[in-house]
Design a protein around this ligand. Structure first.
Ligand code: ATP
Length: 707
């Protein structure tokens, strides 16, 4: 039996046909897990369901003033809201049993992490180790107040009414799981933790809580960290503790410009009308920073970073190719004349701001007014490749009550241990604050909101191209995946492959359907201007197929994306999770993720098949929809060295110029390559100096990280 083909059959196809460019389904409920029966005693459960079914019939206004408020039990589709949270004078807190019930029904698990506990369990005898750790874990479980409905933001946590209005304006009616879990803790930790600590466990309540949150892709993590930050700024202003002007109070770090820009946009929507200013840091921008000890205070200056490519790999991920149309090179004198940009919240990629803080001084400048630092996609920011830059920024935030929060859909245990070590080091500004971990779902490597497919495409490039062409015309009867609908993202391994696949496909759509304008490619060697234009056109629905690299795999929220195609296999389970998580976001159903594989990919398939199985399980789908167990067992285990190699290099045969995507014969390609080589050679001879070395060349596109 051919294992390769059977694997494709193992993933069920939905027979439903779909129209090209059908709009994404309306999100009915942005919550992923809402099983009211989970972890509930029978009697209580029946009561809760009865309340809910009655309330379901009513039209609910979650943002109504308290006197018109319907019972809070009706405010979520979770049907598990205990009575004590329903309306009434604030603050209304749930009791321990009720808290546990809500947290369990949403698959939310909080743990108080402590280095001390870890070390203690390490010295025990090996045989008892598991038991000790288990015991330790139980002891460290926390049960903070959940946010059962958005109206509690006003009634219990007294947040700015303007923020609540802005949420309502965007149509957000139910908190997603990370919002439900973290908003109380981050807005008012002492209130949220009042009944949360198990006996014998103490935690300082005068310090803000540091948080490590692991929640699925598209589950609203951005608002989970933005709401508390904006609210804290407004609160301090209202209390007169902060001037009415703009003081930099929060720093959000993201791995790519696209994500940073998106966070700024979401923040601006949230803080509309509040005078809280959220700004994306750009090259040449000046902000108020305090000089290090060797310098005079406020010795800030703007930077020209065009010559600063010292860390080409991370720059490629975050800010590649700085020859921007809109960001012409400027002299230091020019940039120093620029006015200082005022902001309350600054969003940046790590290298960009770090360069600014370092430029022209012996000791790095500091940001003493920053009270909150957010690492979005923390696992990649704390990966050894990028760690120094990220920690460089963290160490410049010297406020004594600095709050540190980390967010991602995937978080390796190595990252967790590293974070714990860093935060508990004597140099850390957050050393005395507790570190709490939240995990939403059973495990981080799952994307339950997406329909996953594995597709064997034959042994060569032609098979892949043929299959992709079929998917571009999803209504055709020959389509391999009938429920695959435009628009979609296509992920490939390298920039080279992205451009050559684009060349192959750009005339796929007829002129009357928009022709070549419907297909585009986005990767880090394009200018920032070009990149943002492409994203804007994709958001506007003008581009139907976007061919990209792993640059776009994290955080990007393109609401209309109906499908993701892994044309080249992802480099790790985490990369798979992030790539396919670009669809099926915030309750949108019907997102499809198709992963092509060839014989060559077989050694790497088990990782992905595992994620698919777990996702199906978490989504509550029957075993017939996932990959059968016998098939899973038959797949080869990925060797450690192969995993490492894959992470660093990708599939070897897809690197370099030879790995272009093409249907041309080898002879034709050879002739073209020779011609191109001759032209390039003559151009090179004319140049006085060779180009500045980026030794990663075209293959330096940011690769995904392993779990
Ligand atoms: N309460 C809500 N109800 C409905 N939609 C929401 C809610 N909160 C956020 N969203 C929307 O959900 C989408 C995904 O949110 P967001 O980008 O924050 O996800 P994420 O968890 O950060 O995902 P990723 O891990 O991929 O970065 C966004 O379009 C956002 O506007």
């Amino acid at each position: 039996m051919d294992l390769l083909k059977v694997l494709s059959r193992g993933t069920k196809k939905t027979p439903k046909s779909a129209d090209t460019l059908a709009p994404p389904s309306k999100p009915s409920n942005p919550q992923l897990y809402h099983d009211a029966t989970r972890g509930v005693k029978r009697k209580r459960n029946e009561e809760a369901l009865n309340v809910a079914s009655k309330d379901d019939e009513q039209d609910i206004d979650f943002f109504a003033p308290p006197e018109n408020k319907k019972p809070a039990a009706a405010a979520t589709a979770t049907q598990d809201i205990p009575k004590s949270s329903q309306g009434g004078p604030s603050p209304q807190l749930l009791d321990q049993d009720e808290i546990r019930q809500v947290l369990r029904s949403h698959r939310l698990k909080f743990t108080l992490l402590s280095k001390h506990e870890n070390e203690k369990s390490k010295v025990k005898k090996p045989k008892r180790k598991a038991q000790v750790q288990q015991k330790g874990k139980e002891k460290k479980s926390l049960y903070p107040q959940p946010l059962v409905s958005f109206n509690e933001l006003r009634s219990t946590y007294n947040i700015s009414p303007r923020l609540v209005e802005n949420l309502a304006k965007q149509g957000f009616r139910l908190p997603t799981e990370p919002q439900l879990a973290t908003l109380p803790l981050l807005i008012d930790s002492s209130l949220a933790l009042r009944q949360a600590l198990p006996e014998g466990l103490e935690m300082p309540t005068d310090k803000p809580v540091n948080l490590l949150a692991v929640a699925p892709t598209g589950s609203g993590k951005t608002l989970s960290f933005l709401i508390p930050i904006v609210n804290a700024i407004l609160r301090r202003r209202a209390g007169g503790a902060q001037s009415k002007g703009h003081t930099l109070e929060a720093l959000v770090i993201a791995p790519t410009r696209e994500l940073a820009h998106q966070i700024v946009t979401e923040g601006q929507r949230l803080s509309e009308g509040t005078r809280v200013k959220i700004v994306g840091f750009k090259k040449g921008m000046r902000i108020t920073a305090e000089a290090g000890t060797a310098e005079s205070a406020h010795g800030d200056s703007a930077l020209d970073e065009s010559d600063n490519e010292s860390d080409s790999k991370s720059e490629d991920a975050a800010n590649s190719n700085e020859s921007e149309e809109e960001e012409e090179e400027e002299s230091e004198a020019d940039s120093a004349n620029r006015p200082v940009t005022k902001a309350d919240i600054l969003v940046t990629t790590p290298m960009l701001l770090l360069n600014f803080l370092k430029k022209g001084t012996k000791s790095k400048r500091t940001l003493p007014t920053v009270r909150s630092i957010v690492l979005d996609e923390a696992d990649v920011l704390l990966d050894p490749l990028f760690r120094d830059q990220t920690l460089g920024l963290v160490s410049s935030c010297i406020h004594e009550d600095l709050q540190f929060t980390c967010w991602s859909a995937t978080m390796g245990s190595n990252i967790e241990a590293f974070l714990l070590e860093t935060l508990s080091s004597p140099n850390s500004n957050s050393s005395t604050a507790p570190l709490v971990r939240l995990v939403v779902g059973l495990k981080d490597t799952a994307v339950p909101s997406v329909n996953h497919r594995l597709l064997f495409t034959g042994d060569n490039e032609r098979g892949k191209l043929y299959t992709l062409r079929q998917l571009l015309h999803p209504s055709s009867s020959s389509s391999t995946i009938p429920d695959m609908r435009l628009p979609f993202l296509v992920f490939v391994q390298t920039i080279e492959r992205a451009t050559s696949l684009h060349d192959e496909l750009k005339f796929e759509f007829p002129a009357e359907a928009g022709g070549s304008s419907r297909i585009a490619t986005l990767h880090s060697s394009l200018s920032e201007y070009a990149r943002s234009k492409i994203i804007a056109r994709f958001r506007a629905g003008e581009i139907w197929v976007l061919i990209t690299t792993d640059l776009l795999m994290r955080g990007i929220d393109l609401r209309g994306v109906n499908g993701v195609i892994n044309y080249d296999i992802p480099l790790s389970a985490a990369a798979y999770v992030h790539r396919v998580g670009r669809t099926g976001r915030a309750g949108h159903e019907g997102g499809v993720a198709v992963t092509f594989y060839t014989k060559e990919d077989l050694p790497y398939l088990k990782n992905i098949a595992n994620v698919i199985s777990l996702s199906e399980k978490q989504a509550g789908k029957g075993s017939e929809e996932g990959i059968p167990k016998w098939l899973m067992d038959a797949l080869p285990k990925v060797k450690k060295e192969d995993r490492k190699k894959l992470k660093e290099r990708g599939v070897e045969s897809r690197r370099g110029t030879k790995a272009q995507v093409t249907t041309k014969s080898a002879w034709e390609r050879k002739r073209e390559n020779n011609k191109r080589g001759a032209i390039a050679g003559s151009k090179k001879r004319k140049l006085e100096e060779p180009e500045a070395g980026n030794d990663n060349g075209q293959d330096s596109e940011w690769g995904g990280l392993d779990d």
